[in-house]
Design a protein around this ligand. Structure first.
Ligand SMILES: Cc1cc2nc3c(=O)[nH]c(=O)nc-3n(C[C@H](O)[C@H](O)[C@H](O)COP(=O)(O)OP(=O)(O)OC[C@H]3O[C@@H](n4cnc5c(N)ncnc54)[C@H](O)[C@@H]3O)c2cc1C
Length: 490
């Protein structure tokens, strides 16, 4: 029986472990934290429950297909719920826009808020994203990254679109006149930690796929997905060893021969009995090519406030965005100056709107997320800096008085902060970035880690830092791609 070691029990790690197990491998996972799920985590405090990472699922069929491939019915583990609206958008001038998942309702909202012409332009913009989806779906998302996937006649014809040099913002400018509508389309670049002013137009695929497949939530919280995978691991005999951090390895010229894990007491454990190694992270020095960690184009990080709110806010939806006044300046701050923006766009998710039991009666569980730069300075997020930035965010929210009608601060029962420092230390992500190398240029996109190690024949990479990209469905796909590659390799 062939043996595989999976390092990291994030989504990509667990999916690759399960897929290899289904192929007859003996698989063991080693995870540094004491829970499975990585960035898909959960926080419970004083009767409030929060998802600490993903809050919205698109393409749930990818997850369901994976369960099916294991001979399981996802409905026995998870209950997906389609949301009526993916997000409620707010601007300082009092404009509110509901992004309905139903196309007709959305078109009516577009016409009501932005006028008929912009509503028609919206359809054209979605069609533009559809072209990229159709070209890339099978070749790009479901298999190993290969340039030759595009060297068909159709691929060559379309290759110019991929290398056009146009950004997402150019797409927004091409189709829309209204700056607010442009801002909404541009926001989708942040789904993979990029700037819309830099990220290639290829990413107009994101609004298209979200609208095509709809916004989904999982009953009981997104974290239930991580729990379901952990349960499957148990059913498939995949052992997860918690509190085991990969801290080193030994190799021959072409293969990893020994893995060194350090447990929570600092004791070292050597594991050498394996055929293949899958890593669910790329941050361990030496694992990637030598110059990998010297790169300076990482995706954005996040600054999260978990707020227990003593009140219900009737104007707030499950998913909300409070836009900054100058979107371009915000991204210049994040990606060029590499400083947290003072006029920031704020994402607020409160699952208790859908599931009241996730907060005490008449209260709300607020997950507040702001995009911030990856870490360039160790001291940037000391306690004082964290508290100060949390205050700036709350002040900014309070300026949306037409939504909150009074002080937010007075309604906070508790607040917990999660900064880029925690992203780096808890998840082992490079410089606190959420998605590893950015997708801000074709050049960096090409440099993003592939699923097969360029250094070692028996090493593979799964997860959001690798191909096909970040986000829960893509991490599922990467796990599957990696299991296929590993099992085809001697
Ligand atoms: C705040 C936030 C919001 C998000 N929102 C969404 C969303 O709404 N929708 C969506 O689809 N996606 C979202 N994402 C992205 C999504 O969560 C990630 O892309 C996905 O969960 C990453 O999975 P992964 O397989 O890359 O593993 P990770 O979650 O990165 O897990 C890697 C695992 O490896 C472990 N590890 C690291 N180093 C070591 C080591 N040396 N030894 C042993 N173990 C180690 C870590 O502890 C971790 O468990 C969000 C992410 C964040 C952080």
């Amino acid at each position: 029986m062939k043996k595989a070691i999976v390092c990291g029990a994030g989504i990509g790690g667990m999916v690759s472990a399960l897929s290899l197990s289904a192929k007859g491998y003996d698989v063991r996972i080693f995870e540094k934290n004491d829970y499975a799920g990585g960035k898909m985590g959960e926080l419970k405090r004083d009767g409030y429950r929060f998802d600490t990472g993903p809050s919205l699922i698109t393409m749930p069929h990818v997850i369901k297909d994976m369960f099916k491939s294991l001979g399981r019915n996802s409905e026995d583990y998870l209950q997906f719920e389609k949301l009526e609206s993916s997000c409620r958008y707010f601007w300082n001038d009092g404009t509110v826009f509901e992004w309905y998942s139903d196309h007709e309702k959305l078109k009516k909202e577009l016409t009501d808020v932005f006028g008929k012409t912009e509503s028609d332009n919206f359809d054209r913009c979605l069609d533009y994203g559809k072209k990229f989806y159709e070209l890339s779906n099978e070749t790009f998302l479901e298999g190993e990254f290969r340039l030759r996937n595009f060297i068909t006649t159709e691929g060559l014809k379309n290759a110019t679109k991929f290398i056009s040099g146009r950004s997402m913002n150019d797409v927004a400018n091409k189709f829309f006149k209204d700056p607010k509508l442009k801002q909404m389309i541009n926001r989708f670049a942040t789904y993979n930690g990029s700037s819309p002013y830099l990220a290639p137009q290829f990413f107009s695929i994101i609004p298209y796929t979200e609208h095509k497949f709809g916004p989904w939530y999982v009953k009981g919280g997104i974290y239930r997905i991580a729990e379901a995978l952990r349960k499957l691991c148990k059913e498939f005999g995949v052992q997860i060893n918690f509190g085991m951090e990969l801290t080193g390895y030994e190799s021959t010229s072409s293969k990893i021969s020994n893995l060194i894990f350090t447990d929570t007491d600092g004791e070292k454990h050597e594991v050498g009995d394996f055929d293949q190694v899958i890593s669910n992270f790329t941050s361990l020095p030496g694992l990637m090519q030598d110059d990998y960690l010297t790169d300076d184009d990482w995706s954005s990080s996040g600054f999260i406030l978990f707020l227990g709110m003593k009140k219900e806010f009737t104007s707030v939806a499950h998913h909300n965005i409070f836009f900054s006044d100058n979107y371009e300046r915000e991204f210049i701050d994040i990606f060029e100056k590499k400083i947290p923006a003072t006029d920031m766009t704020i994402y607020l998710s409160t699952t208790s709107k859908n599931e009241p039991e996730e907060a005490p009666a008449n209260c709300e569980n607020w997950f507040v997320l702001v995009n911030v730069p990856y870490m360039t300075d160790e001291s940037a997020w000391n306690n004082q800096a964290k508290e100060k930035y949390a205050d700036v965010i709350i002040e900014k929210l309070e300026r949306f008085n037409y939504v909150f009608e009074g002080s937010i601060r007075d309604q906070i029962q508790f607040r917990e902060i999660f900064s880029p420092l925690e992203f780096r230390d808890k998840y082992g992500s490079e410089f606190g970035s959420i998605y590893g190398l950015s997708s801000n240029s074709l050049y960096t996109l090409m440099k993003r880690p592939k699923n097969r190690s360029p250094k070692f024949k028996n090493l593979f990479f799964a997860g959001g830092n690798t191909h096909p990209g970040g986000g829960v469905p893509l991490c599922f796909l990467s796990g599957k791609i990696v299991a296929d590659l590993a099992s085809e390799t001697d």
